[in-house]
Design a protein around this ligand. Structure first.
Ligand code: TXA
Ligand code: MG
Length: 312
């Protein structure tokens, strides 16, 4: 990981405090950050991304103490935060009176998604800014999430300042959960697997029902889309590009292997970058190997299904 450069962080914090968006690295993907208490700054995020206004943002906090000024934590919510923050877990919790967040950051809901990112640059930036930062993934709405500063620059045509922290460690977005009494409900599979939460807390993590009342409004089916069409299959056809996983037979065309040793962490880290690369090679169709539906495989498959879904 690139070491945090104090001057770059100081400059980025000044821009953020002045109401401008700045992209910054987290352990999952790059975020397009803005002062979550400033409605104009948050509006600039929606405009830069072309993001529908009904889709609320994750608010990033320097630590649990800051998060507790924004939302009401039940004992179970606090246990989750203490177990996994800083880290790739976003908690959807009831807003606390006097929270000070811009309504547009939560899209007018009475809940807010909060997380403390596990990345030295992000944490330094949050502390230097002294404000919670609303930050969706730093890509034009509906496109692939960026895991390098270069992908952010290319995605937005260079118009957004980017704090470079090197490539992201996890490579898929945070897991989003909400809490209903003593139940934990996963709204989005992500970089923290359900199994890890269950093992640490000894509580089952439920998957959100398709037609559930509570859901993450951003879970549009066609999402995370590369320019190429995607097809989930064990074997590529002639003329296609191939995104492989594990030991696979030789293939002549353009290809990347998410993990030759079938390691799901490595595959998650490589997922968006390799899709970006195959796109850049001009592939019109990408065939993708099946991935086991366990551990991080749940988040990877979720992203692949969305990338392969018909475009709306
Ligand atoms: O890893 C991540 O989570 C990255 C990095 C930058 O932290 N951020 C990210 O943000 O993936 P974004 O905006 O691409 O996804 C946020 C998701 C959306 O699906 C949104 O609908 C959901 O969080 N969300 C936000 N607030 C919510 C709320 N109050 N209730 C339900 N879902 C919410
Ligand atoms: Mg996103």
């Amino acid at each position: 990981m690139t070491a945090p450069d104090p001057k770059a962080i100081h400059d980025a914090a000044a821009l953020l405090r002045a109401g401008q968006p700045v992209a910054f690295p987290t352990e999952t993907v790059y975020g397009l950050g803005a002062d979550a208490t400033n409605p104009d700054a948050v509006l600039a995020i929606y405009e830069t991304k072309g993001r529908p206004r009904f889709n609320p943002l994750i608010v990033h906090c320097a630590d649990l103490a800051v998060a507790e000024t924004l939302a009401t934590f039940s004992p179970l919510a606090r246990r989750l935060a203490e177990s996994f923050w800083p880290g790739p877990l976003s908690l959807v919790l009831p807003l606390r009176p006097g929270h000070g967040l811009a309504d547009i950051a939560t899209a007018g809901l009475d809940t807010v998604a909060l997380r403390v990112p596990d990345h030295a640059v992000a944490l330094d930036l949050l502390r230097a800014t002294g404000r919670p930062l609303a930050a969706p993934s730093a890509n034009p709405s509906g496109k692939l999430s960026p895991t390098t500063a270069d992908q952010v620059r290319r995605g937005f045509g260079g118009i957004v300042p980017v704090l470079d922290g090197g490539p992201c460690r996890s490579g898929v977005e945070s897991t989003i959960v909400t809490i209903a009494g003593d139940r934990i409900i996963q709204l989005r599979a992500g970089a923290l697997s359900r199994e890890e939460i269950e093992a640490r807390l000894g509580i089952a993590v439920e998957q959100v029902a398709e037609n559930a009342e509570i859901s993450a409004p951003g879970m549009l089916l066609s999402h995370y889309a590369p320019n190429a069409h995607m097809r989930l299959d064990t074997a590529p056809r002639p003329g296609e590009a191939f995104l492989a996983f594990g030991a696979i037979p030789a293939f002549d065309g353009p290809m990347r292997n998410l993990s030759e040793s079938a390691d799901l962490h490595e595959a998650a880290r490589n997922l968006f970058s390799m899709l970006h690369e195959l796109d850049a090679l001009g592939a019109t169709t990408i065939a993708v190997s099946p991935i086991p539906e366990t551990g991080l495989g749940e988040a990877i498959n979720d992203r692949l299904r969305r990338a392969a879904a018909p475009r709306g």
